[in-house]
Design a protein around this ligand. Sequence first.
Ligand SMILES: O=C(CO)[C@H](O)[C@H](O)COP(=O)(O)O
Length: 237
Amino acid sequence: MASGNGVMTDQADRQKQAVAVAAAALVENGMVVGLGTGSTAAYMIEVLGQRWAEGLRFVGIPTSERSAEQARALGIELVTFATHPVIDLAIDGADEVERGTLDLIKGLGGALFREKIVAAAAKRFVVVADASKLVDHLGTRTAVPVEVTPFGWERTAYQIEALGATTVPRRDRTGSFFVTDGGNYILDSNFGVMDDPPRVARELREVVGVVESGFFIGRTSEVLIAGADGVTRMVRS
Ligand SMILES: O=C(CO)[C@H](O)[C@H](O)COP(=O)(O)O
């Protein structure tokens, strides 16, 4: 018999799959598509692989080595910003989605820097998430992942703490520092529930040693949220 947690996981997985199908349906022939990272994005890439096998043709720009590997294995053609500096549609997951603004916290999967470059290059940025990610205020469920340079990371952590956070350097399964695709570290920075995330995002940007934060402020075009009643579309006003 499945445990309580197992049931929750199955339900969340079904929701992620439902929203992945809805998002993959937005991709049309000839598009340049940003391919997100994380378990929801992985389902979406899988569906795009099926559509590719059925004859859909587009090019992808991946947000991580992981997503690149998955897409390549499915035969999806990948390109870079060198030839395709503008993305038609980027689809990615999120760790928190703020109901009122559709601002996000991203980066629990460690790909926030590439994800942000891809989102910033996209004419349309669609976020896919299960209902558990919706919050009234950012900081409710998760700390903010902040990508920092390895040199001087302790000083950078000190500066982030001076902004009111507690920081924990992210580790991998072996206990070593987690290293991003860009060769940097991540400080999971807990600011608690925030009244003014844009201000915190701006303050983080000023800290020397910060490469990027997991705040995605004002970037979301729309969110597809999967809940018990199916997929709901929320559009930024
Ligand atoms: O930001 C991310 C990776 O850096 C992911 O999009 C985010 O962590 C959501 O992942 P999942 O779909 O597995 O819940």
